[in-house]
Design a protein around this ligand. Structure first.
Ligand code: OGA
Ligand code: MN
Length: 201
């Protein structure tokens, strides 16, 4: 599987067309209707007592995936991630225990400044997994993911990923600095993390 080879060799992978069009379209529709219902909440920065909404750092709004009330397309996506988790553990011994994730919407003008996905002093988030849900994305719409490809480096080589419908991106959560460039249109995704069983520090 190319994803396993890529993660082993570089620590990251971009997979256009990861999800079938039908499933991606269902997720995209659900995300949009929940957004319009107003059930998304401004995303926070940090964790525990330090969790805060910081509009200078990120402006996305999120809706967490539940364990029980998942719709058929959410359940199908989680199932394909479960297969991925098992394969990653079998081939790469990553020790991934579970997955947590949310829908994210960046309103026009939205961004997320450069950051790592692993909270300071913890090791629970091992692999970040993002699926984009923007059927009509075009150059000029913005909202690309910019990710540095040298582990631990905030500068240097980078890739730029267009948030096109069905594209999946994975990377080691503690290694790669990344940011969401300003979006000119509403931008939707499912973002999540495979976690290990490390006890938070
Ligand atoms: C995040 C994040 C990137 C993206 O939610 O932590 O970095 O492309 N998202 O949505
Ligand atoms: Mn991130």
């Amino acid at each position: 599987m190319k994803l396993l080879d890529a993660i082993r060799e570089t620590g990251w992978c971009v997979w256009p067309g990861f999800l079938g069009e039908g499933l991606a379209a269902d997720l995209s529709r659900e995300s949009l209707s929940s957004w319009e219902e107003g059930v998304f909440r401004p995303a926070g920065v940090g964790r525990g007592e330090n969790l805060a909404v910081r509009g200078d750092v990120r402006t996305d709004h999120v809706m967490w995936l539940g364990d029980e009330a998942n719709s058929p397309c959410q359940a199908a996506y989680l199932e394909s991630l479960e297969e991925m988790r098992v394969a990653l553990n079998r081939r790469l011994f990553l020790g991934l225990v579970d997955f947590e994730g949310h829908f994210a919407v960046y309103p026009p003008g939205g961004f997320y400044k450069p950051h790592l996905d692993r909270h300071r002093g913890t090791q629970d988030r091992i692999l970040s997994v993002i699926l984009y849900l923007n059927p009509a994305w075009q150059p000029g719409d913005g909202g690309e993911l910019r990710m540095r490809t040298t582990p631990g480096e905030q500068g240097g080589d980078f890739i730029t990923v267009e948030p096109r419908m069905g594209t999946l991106v994975c990377f080691l959560a503690g290694d790669f600095w990344h940011e969401v460039l300003p979006a000119n249109k509403t931008r939707a995704s499912v973002t999540g993390w495979f976690r290990g069983d490390a006890v938070p520090a």
